[in-house]
Design a protein around this ligand. Structure first.
Ligand SMILES: NC(=S)c1ccno1
Length: 237
């Protein structure tokens, strides 16, 4: 997968050198390039913003530098983090993990001139994504989150691909609690079932815990579950 990130703060993306993403880059699974938007400015002050038409507070990112940048870097799937975007979810992460090329546009100020996205949409897929109902200073932090969620799904990135099977949201539910040694810690025991060696009981307990957690913490996820996602035992509960 090839990823290009365009930002006025390239240093914000330094964490992409670290950990699993860094390893994915080193092993050739991932090719990432971070670009300073000002590369595509043509004035002596390297201006990237201007006052908004229609008035209002703040500044808007000018279309010209973005247009030049996307002309050079495209085509690819353009991802624009924005509070006005569609909700970023695990299914969307899986969809993006199947793309050969992602281009991330990091907005700042009050956002990017809408014509940049409209013009790009004539030549490539454009998706505005939101991490949640809150506003950040810009898109850079959101790019780190989206990229981590996507890259960990790429074959060969996680040492044990089984980790992807039982994690939260993999099957639409929140994952069950996890435990490790010691069996007793500050008078708190590990649930007996997990030490029983009875794999059927363990799988059932984990499933029940996932359903309980989801019902308590994220009831909004339950209606989205297709009927077949609940096996015979779940329905009886
Ligand atoms: N909520 C998101 S993703 C965002 C991007 C910029 N500001 O907020």
């Amino acid at each position: 997968m090839r990823v290009d990130v365009v930002t006025i703060f390239p240093e914000y993306l330094a964490p992409l050198e670290l950990s699993l993403i860094g390893k994915a880059r080193a092993t050739g699974i991932l090719d990432v390039a971070v670009h300073d938007l000002r590369t595509w400015t043509s004035d002596v002050h390297r201006t990237v913003d201007d006052t908004p038409y229609g008035g209002g507070p703040g500044m808007v990112m000018r279309p010209e530098p973005w247009g030049e940048a996307l002309d050079e870097l495209g085509p690819g799937h353009l991802i624009v983090p924005s509070p006005a975007g569609v909700r970023f979810t695990q299914p969307l992460a899986h969809a993006l993990a199947g793309e050969p090329r992602l281009i991330f546009a990091c907005g700042r100020y009050e956002g990017i001139d809408q014509r940049v996205l409209d013009h790009a949409a004539e030549r490539m897929p454009v998706t505005e994504v939101s991490l949640g109902d809150y506003v950040l200073f810009g898109g850079e932090v959101a790019v780190l989150v989206v990229l981590e969620a996507v890259v960990r799904l790429l074959p060969g990135v996680l040492g044990n691909a089984d980790s992807l099977i039982e994690e939260s949201h993999a099957d639409g539910l929140l994952e069950a609690p996890v435990y490790t040694k010691p069996a007793q810690w500050r008078d708190l025991p590990v649930p007996e079932v997990l030490r029983s060696g009875d794999h059927g009981r363990i799988a059932r307990w984990r499933r029940d815990q996932s359903l309980l957690r989801t019902a308590r913490r994220r009831p909004d996820l339950l209606p989205a579950l297709p009927p077949q996602a609940l096996d015979r035992h779940d329905r009886a509960a």
